[in-house]
Design a protein around this ligand. Structure first.
Ligand code: SF4
Length: 273
């Protein structure tokens, strides 16, 4: 490890570095006070409830009630104003409530583990992650990796390759622990009440590892000052970035037109939470 890294690498760190290296530096190395966002807060509650069910601590019938009870307490941040004014807070609540009301587990599969924390290696670094759900097909015995995502279907389609990279990198842990790679990778788009999956392919795994190694090597190849690049993007900076309270670009009053490169108009929703 050198001054560029915390003591381990995670997928979310790699994504953060790709999004804005300065954000990574501020939150992980300088350790400024971080601020959550409403999408992530809602997503965290869904993850916690599904993990409680998978571990046998909650029944399927508990989930809608707990979602309703805990939603306001969990989602303390505001959604972007243009979404709040359109009733997004309630719409998200209702969409997930409907998902939980119809939730009947994962028929045909056994739960192997939920929210499983692992440590492995990647490009010479300690690589850590949390796997949302590991299932085993009752017929074939195959392992299946599941990631719960709050993305809309349209956002998911735009970023599908990136989203599957996470599961591909996590697949190595399954091979390390259980001696076999998973046969399928699945994304549970709970808000959309749908599910996307693809079979595990070695070529995809190699691509995901190459992407991660390239990010890590690029970091090590540069000195800290040149590495501290800011990549402002208005929506991300003002609504999602965990360092937005400590960075001028996170504050709308600093947003003059020519200050923000890659300015994008408001996006409907973030790709993932
Ligand atoms: S607010 Fe924007 S520019 Fe500042 S650290 Fe976050 S993503 Fe980077």
């Amino acid at each position: 490890m050198d001054g560029h890294w915390t003591e381990h690498v995670s997928f979310s760190q790699l994504v953060q570095i790709e999004q804005c290296p300065y954000s990574y530096y501020m939150t992980r190395i300088a350790k400024v006070d971080v601020r959550e966002n409403a999408f992530a807060q809602a997503g965290s509650l869904v993850h916690a409830l599904l993990a409680g069910w998978a571990r046998g601590e909650l029944s399927a019938r508990d989930l809608p009630r707990l979602w309703q009870e805990k939603y306001d307490e969990a989602v303390t941040e505001l959604f972007p104003v243009y979404l709040e004014t359109k009733g997004y807070r309630q719409k998200l609540h209702d969409a997930v409530l409907e998902y939980f009301a119809g939730f009947d587990g994962f028929p045909g599969y056994d739960v192997v583990a939920a929210e499983q924390v692992f440590v492995s290696s990647l490009a010479g670094e300690r690589f850590t992650g949390v796997i949302d759900l590991i299932l085993r097909d009752q017929t074939t015995g195959d392992f299946v990796l599941v990631d719960h995502k709050s993305s809309s279907l349209s956002s998911f389609r735009k970023t599908k390759t990136k989203m599957y990279r996470q599961l591909l990198l996590y697949a190595k842990h399954i091979a390390d622990q259980y001696g076999v790679f998973p046969s399928r990778l699945c994304v549970n788009l709970f808000k959309e009440h749908t599910w996307d999956e693809q079979s595990y392919q070695l070529a995809d795994f190699i691509e995901a590892v190459a992407w991660a190694e390239e990010s890590i090597q690029a970091m090590h190849a540069r000195e800290l000052p040149e590495w501290l690049e800011l990549r402002p993007e208005q929506f991300y900076c003002t609504q999602l970035c965990a360092a937005r309270d400590a960075c001028p670009y996170g504050n709308p009053q600093y947003h003059k037109k020519d200050e923000v490169k890659n300015h994008r108009h408001q996006q409907p929703e973030p790709a993932a939470a």
